[in-house]
Ligand binder design. Structure first.
Ligand SMILES: NC(=O)c1ccc[n+]([C@@H]2O[C@H](COP(=O)([O-])OP(=O)(O)OC[C@H]3O[C@@H](n4cnc5c(N)ncnc54)[C@H](O)[C@@H]3O)[C@@H](O)[C@H]2O)c1
Ligand SMILES: O=C(O)C(=O)C[C@@H](O)[C@H](O)[C@H](O)COP(=O)(O)O
Ligand SMILES: [Zn+2]
Length: 357
């Protein structure tokens, strides 16, 4: 069975979820496209092979572009190598990029598509849980710099997103579970049924053939589609998708991008929940539920106490900040999102003490 979630906006597109979705690739690329640059992790040729096969059968000329695995792909050096390859292979404005892989790969593929010739078509083929429910949807593309996470990027919506659920079978368990953090985020900010489904079967949530897996994936994609369809460029509402990310990105930076994004987001959500409580917004119930649901699926909820000064420094480059004003996405309650503007240093530190170990 295939399902289709529409993302509205200037150039609407579908996120297609199911088996056999690659058959939709030629239809999304269209007849004008001649050359397709397939960006994929070098370590996973088996995940790009079916994509190249589908393109070959449809008569496209394929340029396979292997990139480093995971987060190491999101650098200006790797982006520059891809731009050079596009030049060498003569990728034109009527050609296209296909990003195949986890969220790191689709972020990079989207970014080079957004910047090459000021923007060419991209189709995303996410192959991790996190990629399907979050990274490949919504047109936020980007790379990291030494100063911080995703500091360089562009909003560049894909022409379509194809989620072949069969690819999830080979995703390492830790990476799969990390993807659950973004699904749980969707539960706290917009769709509490997500939380109920995970609480009903936490063990099942950890595996691709769990009882509620498909519902969890589709519900989180729907949350993301609703938000980015209304606010592509993050002029307001889209900020809610950044729940838990202010601390998460600082942790990733401190870890030199060696911690999984989803794991950092899990810790960041406990921090955001504590900040919500200590600032008088949310009750203890939200905090307790955050800790218990993350723990039930095996995600982390605490971080090193001595890291606070370094984390605090990195939080100052968060994209939601305005001038010297630090801004956080917090909760009044589950499904009720608000902002905390310019909180006192003591409050930020007090919330960190609650998650420090
Ligand atoms: N653009 C957005 O809106 C957005 C949203 C959320 C996260 N992100 C970004 O996404 C990235 C995290 O994505 P991720 O969790 O997918 O990590 P990832 O891309 O690093 O992939 C995790 C690991 O799984 C491997 N892998 C991918 N598909 C596989 C498969 N089918 N079988 C076996 N192994 C496979 C990858 O090579 C990698 O080693 C971060 O860079 C984060 O910033 C972006
Ligand atoms: O799509 C969004 O908007 C998000 O914030 C989703 C996040 O899960 C994602 O990690 C995103 O890349 C973070 O964006 P950033 O602008 O804070 O880098
Ligand atoms: Zn995220």
């Amino acid at each position: 069975m295939t399902s289709r979630i529409r993302v509205k906006g200037e150039r609407p597109y579908d996120v297609v979820v199911g088996a056999g979705v690659l058959s939709e690739l030629p239809g999304l690329l269209g007849d004008d496209v001649r050359t397709v640059a397939v960006v994929h992790p070098a370590s996973l040729p088996e995940i790009s092979r079916p994509v190249c096969g589908a393109l070959e059968s449809a008569g496209y000329s394929i340029v396979g572009l292997p990139v480093p695995d995971g987060e190491r792909a999101k650098s200006v050096e790797v982006a520059a190598e891809l731009w050079s390859a596009f030049g060498r292979y003569g990728v034109t404005r009527s050609d296209a990029v296909v990003g195949v892989g986890g969220g790191a790969t689709t972020d990079l593929a989207g970014f080079v598509a957004a910047t090459w010739l000021r923007g060419i078509k991209v189709v995303q083929v996410p192959t991790t849980l996190l990629g399907m429910v979050d990274a490949a949807v919504g047109g936020k593309t980007g790379i990291n710099t030494p100063e911080g996470k995703n500091l360089v990027g562009a909003f560049h919506p894909p022409a379509g997103v194809l989620c072949d659920l069969a690819t999830l079978v080979s995703v390492p368990r830790e990476d799969y579970v990390a993807g659950l953090a973004e699904i749980i985020k969707g539960g706290f900010i917009a769709d509490p049924t997500i939380l109920l489904l995970i609480e009903d079967d936490p063990e099942g949530a950890r595996v691709p053939d769990g009882r509620h897996t498909r519902a969890l994936i589709e519900r989180k994609i729907q949350v993301k589609a609703d938000v980015v369809g209304a606010d592509l460029r993050e002029s307001g509402m889209r900020e809610i998708l950044n729940y838990g990310h202010t601390l998460a990105h600082a942790i990733e930076r401190v870890e030199n991008y060696n911690m999984r994004h989803g794991e950092a987001v899990a810790i960041g959500m406990v921090y955001a929940a504590e900040l919500s409580r200590l600032s008088g917004h949310a009750g203890m119930g939200v905090v307790d539920r955050t800790r218990s649901i993350l723990t039930s699926v095996g995600l982390p909820t605490a971080y090193r106490h001595e890291a606070w000064p370094e984390l605090r420094d990195h939080m100052r480059v968060d994209k939601k900040n305005r001038g010297a004003k630090q801004r956080f996405v917090i909760l009044d309650d589950i499904g009720k999102v608000t902002r905390l503007e310019d909180p006192a240093e003591e409050l930020l530190e007090a919330a960190y003490r609650e998650i420090a170990r």
